[in-house]
Design a protein around this ligand. Sequence first.
Ligand SMILES: [Zn+2]
Length: 281
Amino acid sequence: MPELPEVETVVRDLRPQLSGRKIASAQLTRDPLISGRLIRYPSPPTFVRRLRGRTIKTVERRGKYIVMPLDQDGERLVVHLGMTGHLRVWEPEEATVKHTHFRALLDSGLELRYDDQRQFGRLLLGQHDELVAARAFPARLGPEPIHGDLTEAEFERLIRARRRPVKSALLDQSFLAGVGNIYADEACFRAGIRPSRWTHRLTVRERRALYSAIQEVLENSIAARGSSIINYVDAFGLRGSNQERLLVYGRSGEPCLRCGTPLQGTRLAGRGTVYCRKCQR
Ligand SMILES: [Zn+2]
């Protein structure tokens, strides 16, 4: 599933292609089951009608959401890629890939398309408060963990206020925005902390190590254009290379790259979790 680094990569790719572009026309898949599932707000016909003629001001990211503020009214087009979603710009004459559910022709002559095989993604259109009121967008999203938006003091305050396993805190989007299963495991390994440890029991040194590790794993992955797990590709259809650098995620039973001990696989917070019994305490 795309997490912060993958979404950030897509956002950076799309920004120059979409900023200032007007949406000349928009169309959704004719399958009402699929469009009803993907368009969380407003209704699919309203979504298409309200999008026509609007200009995309820029492309931003908030957590795992792609946020495109539109001209006037503070409205925004919001896309969550779910597990297998792709938001890409295509030449209009290019054949649509399978599972393309949304297309918007831009005044640049190019076409913005959304495809999603498993349809866990979502598309939203409205003002921020409107989307929150409709429960289509989370009311509380935690701070962004990179770009210096989260100070060490703020991180300490957040993590000490939560009595829960480190892994479930990291996955909680109201705690930190954008971290998912891949980078939670990677950050715990780098910090030498078992994912099952309780947040309020971490020492000052461990909290600092975790704070740095979260930023490192996210920023390194952005530099490598994300991890291509399942079918993730960037806005040009190319795979990232960070999956080759993952130290623990997806490596259960394989030797730890630091000490050689076979890595331990377990379930925590309902998710597959991998750690090293020797390197992580
Ligand atoms: Zn180890």
